[in-house]
Write a protein that binds this ligand. Structure first.
Ligand SMILES: NC(=O)c1ccc[n+]([C@@H]2O[C@H](COP(=O)([O-])OP(=O)(O)OC[C@H]3O[C@@H](n4cnc5c(N)ncnc54)[C@H](O)[C@@H]3O)[C@@H](O)[C@H]2O)c1
Length: 263
């Protein structure tokens, strides 16, 4: 029987993260469930027989302590899933976007969306910190343990927002675009050691991240998926499980979309 893998999933208390934890635990992995919400991490960890590790991925020192303590307890870290994230939550921008959609359909001139011109320093900083800094901090801490043993897999959650134009969320798009190129760079850097770093760029999935959307927004977005629906977190978790496994042995520094045919 093969050795049980030690896996760390960030943002594992909800949505994709919880589905990924369940999926990997069902493969027999020992899953360490991170979330900045301690109760959420604990609940998922209890359900799957894993461990909880509450910390904020944008806190460099906390990340180092947490990753080092996983390795101190279990001797190694085989898989890291950088999943923790936050949504751009700006209802006024979304409302202007919807109104512009109606204007376009009626052949009327659009109004300024003003997503970028009204974005605060704090909102920009927070978005980049959680996604891009968080992914960097966790990856760095993990590689310090993976490089000496020349093995490991890292899966990063990017987004189609990091690959194509999604007007209205410049901070989120920049953070996810950064994760895309970070993945390609680090993936190439450590490929020769046998460490696989890859990313997934999903379109829209029905998780709590989208629960602040209005029904109208959801309907507009759903229409853009050829599948006629948004994705389910379990469908995303399948792709993570595959990328984290030796079945994806020829994937290095790649970005895979899972989009239900979104255009
Ligand atoms: N749902 C989608 O349609 C979609 C699409 C593309 C990409 N994504 C990305 O997938 C990832 C997961 O999203 P989700 O839809 O499951 O969202 P979610 O809100 O359901 O879950 C995100 C989890 O991350 C945790 N988190 C947030 N900031 C954190 C931090 N600083 N430190 C630790 N934990 C933190 C939250 O507490 C939450 O439990 C995110 O990176 C998101 O940007 C989601």
């Amino acid at each position: 029987m093969s050795e049980q893998r030690i896996v760390l999933v960030t943002g594992g208390g909800s949505g994709f993260g919880a589905a990924i934890c369940r999926r990997l635990a069902s493969d027999g992995d020992l899953v360490v469930v991170n979330d900045r919400g301690a109760d959420a991490a604990e609940a998922v960890a209890r359900e799957i027989g894993g461990e909880s590790a509450p910390f904020d991925v944008s806190d460099s020192a906390a990340v180092n302590v947490a990753v080092d303590s996983v390795v101190a307890r279990h001797g190694r870290l085989d898989v890291l899933v950088n999943n923790a994230g936050i949504a751009p939550n700006r209802p006024e921008v979304s409302a202007r976007g919807l109104a512009n959609g109606m204007r376009r359909m009626n052949g009327e001139p659009i109004e300024a969306l003003a997503a970028t011109s009204t974005l605060s320093d704090e909102a920009w900083d927070r978005m980049i910190r959680v996604h891009l800094y968080g992914t960097f901090y966790c990856t760095r801490a993990a590689l310090r343990h993976m490089e000496p043993v020349r093995r490991g897999a890292i899966v990063n959650l990017a987004s189609i927002a990091g690959l194509q134009s999604i007007p209205g969320a410049p901070d989120y798009s920049a953070a996810k675009g950064g994760i895309v190129t970070f993945t390609k760079s680090v993936g190439g850097e450590v490929a020769g050691l046998g460490i696989r770093v890859n990313a997934i760029a999903p379109a829209y999935f029905d998780t709590p991240l989208l629960h602040t959307m209005t029904d109208e927004q959801r309907a507009m977005l759903t229409m853009r998926h050829a599948s006629g629906r948004m994705g389910h977190a379990e469908e995303l978790a399948e792709m993570v499980a595959w990328l984290a496994s030796s079945a994806a042995s020829f994937c290095y520094g790649e970005v895979h979309t899972i989009s239900g045919g979104y255009s």
